[in-house]
Design a protein around this ligand. Structure first.
Ligand SMILES: N[C@@H](CCC(=O)N[C@@H](CS)C(=O)NCC(=O)O)C(=O)O
Length: 211
């Protein structure tokens, strides 16, 4: 029995990674909403069971886990299949983990702040990127250009969670009209059309209420 604990609006980029992994693996799971506005993540049952009290979280039988990277890796280890969410080759797997960590790191914080996920799922950004965010965007594009293969295929020869995470980060720029070189944009848009990603983008969402 699997349960995915989600935010109220399906806007967490970390939730996105877990959702894509569950759907790619065609696992059946229940979904439970944790209302951050109501502080539900701090309620003792959830906070104690997840240890860190953050969303997303996964329950597998009696085991509760938070942190999206840990969840994706746990799903891969518990339910191996094709395509693997992390490559099986040791160095490719390490590179995938590098990208997963980097995308969640301070380097991308200005992009996440100025092109938050509400600008993907609700209203687009109204202000141009600040100088700091433009520097972060330029680095994101440099990294993307280094890792996207010349043939525009998946990063590691098959779809992995790094494709999803990188395409999601690039779409913060693309959807808000920020400059992204054509080849990088084409790659990200191709990944965006993957059915599991498209399904996340089209989940029914209630009107956004800032919290
Ligand atoms: N590094 C975490 C980030 C998770 C995160 O930032 N969760 C936010 C919602 S998107 C949260 O739980 N905020 C409420 C809190 O920390 O109390 C992951 O990858 O899962």
């Amino acid at each position: 029995m699997l349960t995915l604990y989600r935010d109220a609006f399906w806007i967490s980029p970390y939730l996105f990674s877990c959702y894509v992994a569950l759907e790619e693996k065609q696992l059946s799971y229940e979904v439970v909403e944790i209302s951050l506005a109501d502080g539900a993540q701090k309620r003792p049952d959830f906070a104690d069971a997840t240890i860190t009290g953050r969303v997303p979280a996964l329950r597998h039988d009696g085991f509760m886990l938070a942190e999206s990277s840990a969840i994706v890796e746990y799903l891969e280890d518990s339910f191996p299949g094709e395509p693997p969410m992390l490559p099986r080759d040791t160095q490719a797997r390490a590179r995938c983990r590098q990208l997963m960590s980097w995308i969640r790191s301070d380097d991308t914080l200005p992009i996440r702040a100025e092109r938050s996920t509400t600008t993907i799922f609700y209203d687009r950004a109204t202000k141009p990127l600040s100088e700091e965010a433009a520097v972060a965007a330029a680095k994101l594009i440099r990294v993307a250009e280094r890792v996207i293969p010349q043939n525009g295929e998946f990063l590691f020869g098959h779809f992995s969670i790094a494709d999803a995470d990188l395409a999601f980060m690039l779409h913060r720029l693309i959807l808000n009209g920020d400059p992204v070189p054509p080849a990088v944009r084409a790659w990200a848009e191709r990944i965006w059309r993957r059915p599991t990603i498209d399904a996340f983008m089209h989940l029914p969402r209630k009107p956004y209420v800032p919290y």
